[in-house]
Write a protein that binds this ligand. Structure first.
Ligand SMILES: Nc1ncnc2c1ncn2[C@@H]1O[C@H](COP(=O)(O)OP(=O)(O)O)[C@@H](O)[C@H]1O
Ligand SMILES: N[C@@H](CCC(=O)OP(=O)(O)O)C(=O)O
Length: 358
């Protein structure tokens, strides 16, 4: 039995064909979580469904632009979604909490740690955190690709043993899931598998990201040491069965890689937020990628771009212009310029704060 699990529920698992919230299914999901909770398993729920819930509550005559429409539906629907969860958990004498986050919350280590602390304190007090994107304020570039991305980040941040991604198909198929010729891929290595060959960009009626993001998120989360299972959330007892005996459930499992230290997890996912660049020579690239843990010295830096402060994330770029890693600056740009000819000056990036893309 897993001891801690992040469970992501897709919109279509919670939505009936007429677009209304499927409260019966929500009840079955909360029953299963309650069962695990009573066995001492820590469960974090990442639940979609706000926009879907809003659709059955708001009547608007004229179509709005997509951003306003999503803001309107999600902010109305989130209330309904969480109210339903609260009364369903209440039947099991359990409490739940709403945590709404944006991509920006993963940007700075301070925000990241605040979020982590909030979820930890909820779990320590036997409360189920129900996380969703704060759709009301996260628009366009600030949005997560979808809640699968958010769930992967949460599972890594909280270092849960497993991540369950529940959707309306049994897992990843090697073709169109509706085609009789397609087969379910039961096991995927977290490294070296290109999913684009057989996963299409097709989505379900109410979903946002589709199977390709699920696959990518599953792969990168599993690579960090977490067991990831993509399964059908509409099947009975899927959560409890996955938790106790995953092999008994028809689904797709991603094999976990070697666990990464917490700070490297944050860096891996915050890569998109690094604004400054550090270009390195071939010798430095080889040293960083060698078997020995190596810090980045100014001697290997050929060029720096952008102002940075101590603690900022830097993109590390090799002589072929390829971003090869992310590092946390040990000092600011001014100091780096001052000491750039000093081969013995302390490393710009210490290896404990260096994340290399393999
Ligand atoms: N190779 C594939 N295997 C499984 N599902 C696929 C594949 N390619 C595309 N899909 C689609 O991905 C959908 C699930 O993704 P999505 O719509 O984002 O669901 P959710 O709302 O659960 O996040 C499935 O309903 C299916 O139509
Ligand atoms: N935050 C949105 C869900 C967006 C989303 O990623 O949906 P899905 O692909 O169904 O997981 C909502 O609550 O409606």
């Amino acid at each position: 039995m897993y001891k801690s699990i992040t469970i992501k529920i897709g919109s279509n698992v919670l939505t009936r064909p007429d677009g209304k919230l499927d409260v019966e299914r929500m009840a079955h999901i909360t029953d299963q979580i309650a069962f695990l909770h009573k066995k001492g398993v820590k469960v974090i729920l990442v639940s979609s469904g706000a926009v879907a819930a809003g659709r059955s509550l708001v009547n608007y005559k004229q179509r709005k632009d997509p951003v306003s429409e999503r803001q309107l539906l999600s902010s109305v629907g989130q209330v309904k979604l969480v109210t339903n969860y609260a009364s369903l958990f209440d039947m099991h004498k359990m409490s739940c909490a709403q945590v709404l986050v944006t991509k920006e919350d993963f940007r700075t280590r301070e925000h990241y740690l605040n979020m982590k602390n909030c979820i930890s304190v909820l779990l320590d007090n036997q409360i189920v955190p129900i996380i969703n994107e704060n759709d009301a304020v996260s628009v366009t570039a600030l949005m997560f690709t979808d809640n699968d991305e958010l769930a992967g980040l949460v599972a890594s941040m909280m270092n849960t043993e497993a991540l369950f991604i529940l959707t309306n198909v049994d897992g990843i198929f090697n073709g169109n899931p509706n085609s009789p010729d397609s087969q379910l891929v039961e096991e995927i290595d977290s490294e070296n598998v290109d999913l684009t060959g057989y996963v299409t960009t097709q989505k379900s009626n109410f979903g946002r990201g589709g199977m390709l993001t699920k696959g990518r998120v599953a792969q990168s989360t599993a690579a960090g040491g977490i067991s990831v299972h993509i399964a059908n959330g509409t099947n009975e007892n899927v959560i409890t069965s996955l938790a106790s005996d995953a092999a008994s459930v028809r689904h797709t499992r991603f094999l976990p890689g070697t666990p990464r230290p917490a700070v490297k997890k944050w860096m891996a996912y915050s890569a998109g937020f690094a604004n400054s660049e550090v270009h390195i020579n071939e010798g430095a690239r080889q040293a960083l990628f060698s078997a020995k843990a190596t810090s980045l010295l100014l001697a290997g830096v050929t060029k720096m771009e952008g102002e940075f402060k101590k603690g900022d994330l830097l993109k590390i770029i090799d002589s072929n212009n390829k971003v090869v890693g992310i590092g946390k600056a040990q000092y600011d740009r001014k100091k780096a310029d001052e000491h750039k000819n000093d081969a013995k000056y302390k490393p710009l990036v210490h290896y404990d704060y260096l994340y290399l893309f393999s």
